[in-house]
Design a protein around this ligand. Structure first.
Ligand code: NAD
Length: 357
């Protein structure tokens, strides 16, 4: 297979970590015969510096024409004073909207070798953590009508949480399909005991579940889900929920594993085009020092192979390579307390790539 990948390094540590992910993708091509070509485009602060905007219309067009997008991170103190309409993060919202990236997938996996980093107690971690949060990304309260007005001399603000049948159905399908690629269990999180939008959510999910009888399906109220995530995270496989609940629960679930540099994510459009990025930001405090952990980005590249290119075996191989390198005791600076014994960004990328050759 031949695939054309746009690499958006972005700012801070972004270019360093995407370089290592590309190194690993190249190692995949050596063993599989696939061919990946790369196009490097600017996004975020570096695009503001060069073009005056966080992403140009031309670059947006090129994103729509590629097979998949690998992103580092955007932003940093240099651009904090920019007017809000041209801040680096604006580019991400624009890309999500233009590419119709309505589904955000965030796996949270506890690497046993790093279990000490988890804030949870040992006995809670007995069943491990290996879950995937599927969050609806372009609907709900963040995109509903909002206003602030004065009523009877008092300020009143409101935000509308709105979902249509088709918005729920398409994110539901992504979640059921993701469950099919994993352990075939899906938990749908809502607040159907109170909210009408959640009642519709639950109704549509139940309808869909009849098409996916090979997937074990359950409903869970959002307050219970927040509690179950810290009480027994091992019970979950795939969790699907609307935008705001997902915003909160996906941050909670990714912190369960304790290591921000390890966490990948995917934003999908329902066809094969997706954007893949680590969950962390541009880490300006360590940029340019060759000490950032590239594993979250490398694991994001593995997600790209799995979800955009259906290269399951190759995705598995990257994940296995990461596991092996950790088993061998290699750690980046963020994963160890020993200041004299860690591997640098480039070395970690090479160690993973070497496993694949
Ligand atoms: P951050 O995630 O960049 O950093 C938080 C802490 O984690 C820092 O101490 C950093 O050094 C560390 N860290 C993050 N990634 C790491 C890695 N791969 N290896 C080792 N250590 C790592 O969050 P922040 O400091 O709040 O934000 C910095 C900038 O990133 C801001 O401008 C913010 O707006 C932006 N940001 C961008 C994205 C994105 O591009 N998707 C997401 C979040 C934040």
């Amino acid at each position: 297979m031949e695939k054309h990948i746009v690499v958006l390094g972005g700012d801070g540590i972004g270019p360093e970590i995407t370089t290592e992910a590309v190194k690993v993708l190249d190692a995949v091509t050596c063993r599989s015969g696939h061919k990946f070509t790369y196009e490097y485009l600017k996004i975020g602060g570096c695009s503001i510096d060069e073009y005056g905007v966080p992403i140009t219309e031309d670059n947006l067009k090129r994103l729509k024409e590629c097979d998949s997008v690998l992103l580092g991170a955007v932003g940093g103190p240099k651009w904090d004073g920019c007017p809000s309409e041209i801040r680096p993060e604006k580019a991400l919202l624009k890309v999500r909207k233009e590419l119709n990236l309505f589904a955000n997938l965030r796996p949270s996996r506890l690497f046993q070798q790093l279990s000490g980093a988890s804030p949870l107690k040992e006995e809670v971690l007995e069943n491990g953590i290996d879950l995937m949060m599927v969050r609806e990304l372009t609907g709900g309260i963040y995109f509903g009508e909002r206003c602030t007005k004065t009523v009877d001399g008092e300020e009143v603000a409101q935000d509308v949480m709105k979902y249509s049948h088709h918005e729920i159905e398409r994110i539901g399908r992504v979640a059921f399909e993701a469950a099919r690629k994993r352990n075939r269990k899906l938990t749908s999180v809502d607040k159907a005991n109170v909210l009408d939008s959640s009642k519709l959510w639950r109704k549509v999910m139940h309808q869909l579940s009849k098409e996916y009888e090979d997937v074990t399906y359950e409903d869970m109220l959002v307050d219970n889900a927040a509690m179950q995530l810290v009480r027994n995270p091992g019970q979950f496989d795939v969790v699907v929920t609307e935008n705001m609940f997902g915003d909160i629960l996906s941050d909670e679930s990714s912190m369960l594993t304790g290591s921000i540099g390890m966490m990948p994510s995917a934003s999908l459009s329902g066809n094969t085009l997706g954007m893949y990025e680590p969950i962390h930001g541009s880490a300006p405090d360590i940029a340019g020092k060759n000490i950032a952990n590239p594993l979250g980005t490398i694991l994001s590249a593995a997600m790209m192979l799995r979800y955009s290119f259906s290269m399951t075996e190759e995705a598995d191989a990257i994940e296995k390579a990461v596991n092996t390198v950790l088993n061998q005791g290699y750690r980046t600076a963020d994963l160890t307390k020993d200041p004299n014994n860690y591997v640098r960004t480039k070395e970690m990328g090479s160690l993973v790539a070497e496993q694949l050759k």
